[in-house]
Design a protein. Structure first.
Length: 670
C-alpha cells in the first residue's frame, strides 16, 4: 500500500476520420500539461487518450478506399499516436475501441444494463447525421428542406452536416427515469461540470425540456460490437465510446488493478460540443452501473479562425505538426495553452502565433536568459554566485512577486486554468527583466566597492530563471531543460511542490555562450508561410478569395488617404511603461491603463481592447507607444482618458504595439 496521491485525467477518444488539426490538438496538450503538473507534485498519474473506431462513417470510408474497416482504423490510430509522440504527449494509456479488452467489457456493461431494465427494445425514427454520429429531432435541426407540400424531406444538423431520416428497430437506454436524480446530483456537486455555464446549458437545454431515452443500438451497419443476445444490433457510439474511460483501466476484465487505483477520474476533459454526452449520458450510465462518477468534467471552448471553425472547404485548417516542424514543439504547445482562455473560445491567426513566438518567447523569456548568461560569464567568470538577499532595494520585491506567482500559478493549475498560470509566469519574467534595468549591472561592474552587490544581482537573476524553468515544465516539454543546461544547474529534483526562490543551488557554471532558445522570426515571411500551409492555400474557395480581395482593397484605401508632413508633425508619439491594468465596471470593452510616461504624475488611458486581452495582467511592465497630445476625454461619465495607445488591426484582430524593454519611458517616437 502507498499514501501517494493519484490523479486520473482523460481526453475524449478521437474519431479517426481524418488528420487532426490544432483545434483537436488543444485538448490533448491541455490534458498533458495537467498530467505533467500533477507528476511534479509527486502524485501517481494516469493520463488516457485514444481512438473511437466503430460506426457507419468508418465503415463507409473504408469501403470507399477498398479496404476493411480494421485496416483503415489501424492506419489512423498509428498516425494519431505518431502525432502525440511528436508533440511530446506523455499519455500513460491509449485505448482503441477495437481493443479486445474494451469489446469484452462493453458486452458485459450492455448485458448488465439490459438485465436490470435500464435498456429496452423499441423502434426509433428521427433525423440522423452520419458525420456527427447523432440523432436529432426536427426542431433541433439548423436547417430543413421541404417538398412542394411543405413536408420535411431533409436538412442539416447544428454542425452543418447533412441528416437523413432513419427508422429502425433499436434498443433504448431509459435516460428519462434518471432526470431527477441527475438534477439533484448537479445541485449537490456544483464542481461536477466546469465552467459553471456548461451546467446551466445542460439543465436548461436538455433536462428541463424533458430528457429523452437514448437509442443505443443500430441495425443499418455492422462495424461495431454486436449485442450478444441479439447480434443483428450493433452497440451504438455513446455506450461504446463512453465506456472506454473505465474499460481502459481494466473494468470488466480479470485484472482491475488500474481501475481500483485510479477510478473515479479526477478530470475528464472534453470539447464543448460533447459536454452533453459526458455530463448527462455518462453520469447516468455510471449511476445505473452502481459506479462512482468522475470528480469534474471540464468542457473547454474551440480554437477557431476569424471566419469560424476550421474547415477544409474554407481553406483555413492549420496542422500542429507543420507548425512544430518549423517553429519547434514548445512554440506550438505554448501558443495552444496561452491563446485559449479557460472555458471560452480562442481565435487562431498566423499574426498572433508569430507575435507570441517573437514577443513572449524570444523577447521576454529568451532575452532574459541570454542577458543573464552573458552577464554571469562577463562579471562572475561563468559561476552563479551564492544567493544573498537584501543587497539591493529591489531584491525583496522580486522575491515577494516570485512567491505570489508560485501561489497563483498553483491555484490556476489545480483548476486547469493553464493560460492564467502561464500569465503568472510571464509576470515573473517581466519583473526579472525589469530587475536588470533597475539594478544596472553594467554600472555596478565599474565600481570596485559594489562587486558583492553585482554578484547578488546575478544570483537573483539565476534564481528567477530557475523558478521560471520549473514552472514551465508542465506546458513546455523541452525549453525548461534547455534553461537548466545553459545555467549549469544540474538539479535532480525539479518538483513544483514546496518550490522556493531561495533554494538556488550554489556552484552552477553557466555555458560559455548561450544559444537563443527561441530565435526571433521574420513576421511577414512566417505569416505568409503559415497561411500558405493551410489547406486550400492555392485552391481557395470563392468566399476566401472574395474576403482576401476585400482586405487588400480596404488596406489600399487606407494608404491612399494621405496626410501632409505638417499634419504628422503635430502628433506627439511617446513611450510609456504599463504600471497597472484594470477592468472598468459596467464595460465589456474598456481596460484602464495606468502609465509611467516619464513624468512625475504619469497618466491614465482607457482603451477598448478588453476583447483581445482577456489575460491583460501580463501586460504590466510592458513598454507601449501612445499619442501624448490627444485632447483628454471623459468616458462613461467619470473616467478621463489622457491619450491613445497605439495598436495594429487586421482581420478583426487588435494587437497593442509593444516596444523593446530597453527604451526609456517618456522617449519620443518619430
Amino acid at each position: 500500500m502507498t499514501d501517494k496521491k493519484t490523479f486520473y485525467i482523460t481526453t475524449p477518444i478521437y474519431y479517426p476520420s481524418g488528420k487532426l488539426h490544432i483545434g483537436n490538438t488543444y485538448t490533448t496538450v491541455l490534458a498533458d500539461s495537467a498530467a505533467r503538473y500533477h507528476r511534479l507534485l509527486n502524485e501517481d498519474v494516469y493520463y488516457l487518450t485514444g481512438t473511437d473506431e466503430h460506426g457507419l462513417k468508418i465503415e463507409q470510408k473504408a469501403d470507399k478506399m477498398g479496404i476493411s474497416p480494421k485496416e483503415y482504423v489501424d492506419g489512423m490510430a498509428a498516425d494519431i499516436q505518431k502525432l502525440w509522440q511528436s508533440l511530446d504527449i506523455t499519455n500513460d494509456g491509449f485505448i482503441r475501441t477495437t481493443d479486445e479488452i474494451h469489446e469484452k467489457a462493453l458486452t458485459k456493461i450492455f448485458n448488465q444494463l439490459l438485465a436490470q431494465g435500464d435498456i429496452y427494445k423499441g423502434e426509433y425514427e428521427g433525423w440522423y447525421s452520419v458525420d456527427d454520429e447523432e440523432y436529432f429531432t426536427e426542431s433541433q435541426l439548423a436547417e430543413v428542406y421541404r417538398d412542394g407540400e411543405g413536408k420535411v424531406i431533409g436538412g442539416k444538423a447544428p454542425s452543418g452536416h447533412e441528416v437523413e431520416l432513419v427508422k429502425e428497430e433499436s434498443y433504448f437506454f431509459a435516460m428519462s427515469k434518471y432526470a431527477d436524480w441527475l438534477l439533484d446530483y448537479y445541485q449537490t456537486h456544483p464542481k461536477f461540470i466546469q465552467p459553471e455555464t456548461r451546467m446551466n446549458e445542460m439543465i436548461n437545454n436538455f433536462i428541463k425540456p424533458g430528457l429523452e431515452d437514448l437509442a443505443v443500438t443500430r441495425t443499418s451497419f455492422k462495424w461495431g460490437v454486436p449485442v450478444e443476445s441479439d447480434p443483428k444490433h450493433v452497440i451504438y457510439v455513446w455506450i461504446d465510446a463512453l465506456s472506454n474511460y473505465i474499460t481502459a483501466l481494466g473494468y470488466g476484465s480479470d485484472d482491475t488493478t488500474l481501475y481500483d487505483k485510479f477510478w473515479p477520474a479526477n478530470v475528464q476533459l472534453v470539447g464543448k460540443e460533447i459536454v452533453r454526452f459526458h455530463t448527462i449520458y455518462w453520469p447516468i450510465m455510471l449511476h445505473a452501473l452502481g459506479l462512482p462518477l468522475p470528480e469534474t468534467v471540464v468542457g473547454h471552448g474551440w480554437l477557431t479562425m476569424r471566419d469560424g471553425k476550421m474547415s477544409k472547404s474554407k481553406g483555413n485548417v492549420v496542422y500542429p505538426d507543420v507548425l512544430a516542424e518549423r517553429y519547434g514543439v514548445d512554440a506550438v504547445r505554448y501558443y495552444l495553452l496561452r491563446a485559449m482562455p479557460f472555458g471560452n473560445d480562442g481565435i487562431f491567426t498566423p499574426e498572433d502565433f508569430v507575435a507570441k513566438v517573437n514577443y513572449d518567447l524570444a523577447n521576454d523569456l529568451g532575452n532574459l536568459l541570454n542577458r543573464t548568461v552573458a552577464m554571469i560569464n562577463k562579471y562572475e567568470a561563468g559561476v552563479i554566485p551564492e544567493l544573498q538577499t537584501g543587497a539591493t532595494q529591489f531584491d525583496a520585491e522580486l522575491i515577494e512577486l516570485t512567491n505570489t506567482v508560485i501561489e497563483n500559478y498553483n491555484l490556476n493549475m489545480h483548476e486547469l486554468r493553464v493560460s492564467d498560470a502561464l500569465a503568472e509566469v510571464w509576470k515573473l519574467i517581466a519583473r526579472a527583466n525589469k530587475y536588470i534595468d533597475e539594478t544596472e549591472p553594467w554600472v555596478l561592474a565599474k565600481d570596485t566597492e559594489k562587486q558583492n552587490v553585482l554578484a547578488s544581482v546575478m544570483a537573483h537573476l539565476a534564481g528567477a530563471l530557475r523558478v521560471i524553468a520549473i514552472l514551465l515544465q508542465p506546458a513546455l516539454s523541452r525549453t525548461p531543460q534547455a534553461i537548466f543546461n545553459q545555467l549549469g544547474l544540474a538539479e535532480t529534483n525539479l518538483s513544483i511542490e514546496n518550490l522556493k526562490f531561495q533554494d538556488l543551488p550554489t556552484g552552477g557554471h553557466v555555458v560559455a555562450k548561450g544559444t537563443p532558445i527561441f530565435p526571433r522570426i521574420d513576421v511577414e515571411a512566417e505569416v505568409t508561410y503559415i497561411r500558405e500551409s493551410m489547406i486550400g492555400g492555392g485552391k481557395e474557395t470563392a468566399s476566401v478569395k472574395k474576403e482576401k480581395a476585400k482586405a487588400v482593397h480596404d488596406e489600399q484605401t487606407k494608404i491612399d488617404e494621405y496626410i501632409s508632413f505638417e499634419d504628422f508633425e503635430k502628433v506627439a508619439l511617446r513611450v510609456a511603461e504599463i504600471k497597472s491594468v484594470s477592468e472598468i465596471e459596467g464595460s465589456n470593452k474598456l481596460l484602464k491603463f495606468e502609465l509611467d510616461d516619464g513624468t512625475q504624475s504619469g497618466r491614465t488611458i482607457l482603451s477598448g481592447i478588453k476583447k483581445w486581452y482577456p489575460e491583460y495582467q501580463y501586460l504590466v511592465g510592458k513598454k507601449v507607444a501612445f499619442v501624448a497630445n490627444l485632447k483628454p476625454r471623459t468616458m462613461m461619465k467619470k473616467y478621463v482618458s489622457e491619450g491613445m495607445l497605439l495598436s495594429a488591426e487586421k482581420d478583426g484582430k487588435v494587437t497593442l504595439t509593444l516596444l523593446p524593454d530597453e527604451i526609456e519611458a517618456g522617449s519620443e517616437l518619430g
